[in-house]
Design a protein around this ligand. Structure first.
Ligand code: 5GP
Ligand code: ZN
Length: 119
C-alpha cells in the first residue's frame, strides 16, 4: 500500500510538512520527533511517522516497518536526552484513553520519577 496522503486538517501532518513550527529533536526518513508543547515531564518528546494513520493499530496494520522505526527513534531520543534506561513510552489510543490528536504518536517521557498506575 502507498502511504496515505497527508491530511490538511491534521496538526501533526502540518508539522511534518513544516507548516506548523515544532521543536524538532530528530528527523529521519519515516519518522520525526519533536518536543510536546505541554510537557508532562522534564523530557516529553513525541515520535510520529510521517504518514498519516489515526493510531498505532492502523500503523501496525499498514506500515509495520514504521512501527520499528518509531521505537528505534524513541531509543535514540532517550539516549540524546540523557534518559539512560529510565523512561516511559506511551500511545494513547482513543479519546477515552486520552488521545487528542488522531495521527499516530508515541510519547517519550522521562527526567523524573513516573508513577504507576497512570490516571
Ligand atoms: P495525545 O493526548 O493525543 O496522546 O497527545 C497529543 C499531544 O500533542 C499532547 O501531549 C499535546 O500537548 C501535544 N500537542 C498538541 N498540540 C501541539 C502542537 O501544536 N505542538 C506540539 N509540539 N505538541 C502539541
Ligand atoms: Zn496526520
Amino acid at each position: 500500500m502507498t502511504p496515505p496522503a497527508a491530511k490538511d486538517d491534521c496538526l501533526f501532518c502540518r508539522i511534518v510538512k513544516g507548516e506548523v513550527p515544532a521543536d524538532v529533536v530528530h528527523a529521519g526518513e519515516t519518522t520525526i520527533a519533536f518536543r510536546d508543547i505541554n510537557p508532562q515531564a522534564p523530557t516529553h518528546v513525541l515520535v510520529i511517522p510521517s504518514s498519516h494513520y489515526a493510531n498505532i493499530a492502523e500503523l501496525a496494520q499498514w506500515e509495520p516497518g514504521a512501527v520499528t522505526e518509531l521505537f528505534a527513534t524513541a531509543a535514540e531520543v532517550a539516549e540524546s536526552e540523557g534518559l539512560g534506561d529510565q523512561y516511559r513510552l506511551v500511545f494513547n489510543t482513543g479519546a477515552e484513553a486520552g488521545q487528542a490528536v488522531f495521527h499516530t504518536h508515541m510519547h517519550v517521557l522521562g527526567g523524573r520519577p513516573l508513577n504507576w498506575p497512570p490516571g
